[in-house]
Ligand binder design. Structure first.
Ligand SMILES: C[S@@+](CC[C@H](N)C(=O)[O-])C[C@H]1O[C@@H](n2cnc3c(N)ncnc32)[C@H](O)[C@@H]1O
Length: 234
C-alpha cells in the first residue's frame, strides 16, 4: 500500500460475538450491512445513490451504513434509526468519534409502526423528508415483515422517499417470499440489484463472509398498471 494512501475508517461501538442481547440483534454489524456498504462504496451506481442525498436508515444496529454514507459517500444528511434506545445512545456517542456533527448525521428511535422520534434539524416544508432510505438484514422473521413493509410504504407516502435499498441475507426463502408478497400487497415494486460482494479472499475492505447468499434490492412505488406487481430476478 502506498504511504500516500488515505486510510478510510468508520468507528462503531459493537460486540462481534453477540447475536442477541436485550431483545435486539443490533449490537454487531451484520454481513448484509457490509455487503451493502461494499455496493454503495465501490460501484458508481452505489455511490450515485447516496451523494448529495438526504438518507434515512431503518433498523441500523451499530449505524455502520449511516456512518459510511455521512463520512465517506457525501450524503447531504443522514438520519439513523433503530427501535432500541441503547443502540441509539451508542450511535450518538460515535458521531463525534467519527469526526461528524449533528448537522451531518442524527440518531433517533424509530420503532416500525410508531411515530419517528428524530430531532427536528432536518425538517423542511414543515415535515421531515428524505430522498432515499436504506436497510440491511431486516428480513429475518416473518412476524415483523408486515410492520417493516407498512413502514416502507409510509416512507413513500409521508416522508418523500423515492427508493428504498435493502440488503437481505437469505437464510430462509419462505421469510423472503413473505416480504415480496407484502410489498406486492402494498403497491411496492421490488427489483434485484445485480451486485455480488467479491469472495472473501478477494475482499479489500468491509471483510465479510459470503457463505450465505446476500441479495440487494431496490424497492420503488409501483406505477399505474403495474400497481401491486412485484418483480424479482432471482
Ligand atoms: C439483524 S439486525 C441488523 C442491524 C444492521 N442493520 C446490520 O445489518 O448490521 C436487525 C435490527 O433491526 C432492528 N429492529 C428489529 N425490529 C425492529 C422494529 N420493529 N422497529 C425498528 N427496528 C427494529 C433491531 O433492533 C436490530 O438493530
Amino acid at each position: 500500500m502506498s504511504s500516500n494512501t488515505e486510510r478510510k475508517t468508520i468507528i462503531t461501538s459493537e460486540n462481534r460475538s453477540l447475536i442477541l442481547s436485550a431483545g435486539t440483534t443490533g449490537f454487531r454489524t451484520w454481513e448484509a450491512a457490509l455487503h451493502l456498504g461494499t455496493f454503495l462504496s465501490t460501484t458508481s451506481a452505489g455511490k450515485s445513490l447516496i451523494g448529495n442525498k438526504r438518507v434515512l436508515e431503518l433498523g441500523a444496529g451499530t449505524g455502520f451504513l449511516s456512518f459510511l454514507c455521512a463520512k465517506h459517500l457525501g450524503a447531504e444528511s443522514v438520519v439513523v434509526t433503530d427501535r432500541e434506545p441503547a443502540l441509539i445512545e451508542q450511535i450518538d456517542d460515535c458521531i463525534g468519534k467519527n469526526g461528524l456533527n449533528k448537522k451531518q448525521i442524527q440518531a433517533g428511535i424509530w420503532e416500525w409502526g410508531m411515530p419517528l422520534q428524530v430531532p427536528f434539524l432536518f425538517e423542511e416544508h414543515g415535515r421531515v423528508e428524505f430522498d432515499i432510505a436504506v436497510g440491511a438484514d431486516l428480513i429475518y422473521d416473518s412476524d415483523i415483515v408486515p410492520l417493516l413493509v407498512s413502514t416502507i410504504r409510509d416512507l413513500f407516502d409521508n416522508y418523500s422517499v423515492k427508493e428504498f435499498i435493502i440488503a437481505a441475507t437469505v437464510r430462509n426463502e419462505d421469510t423472503f417470499h413473505t416480504f415480496l408478497e407484502a410489498c406486492a400487497r402494498n403497491a411496492l415494486a421490488v427489483e434485484q440489484i445485480p451486485f455480488q460482494s467479491p469472495p472473501s479472499e478477494a475482499q479489500t475492505g468491509f471483510f465479510h463472509s459470503t457463505s450465505i447468499p446476500i441479495r440487494t434490492y431496490r424497492v420503488l412505488q409501483s406505477q399505474g398498471q403495474d400497481q401491486g406487481q412485484t418483480s424479482s430476478s432471482s
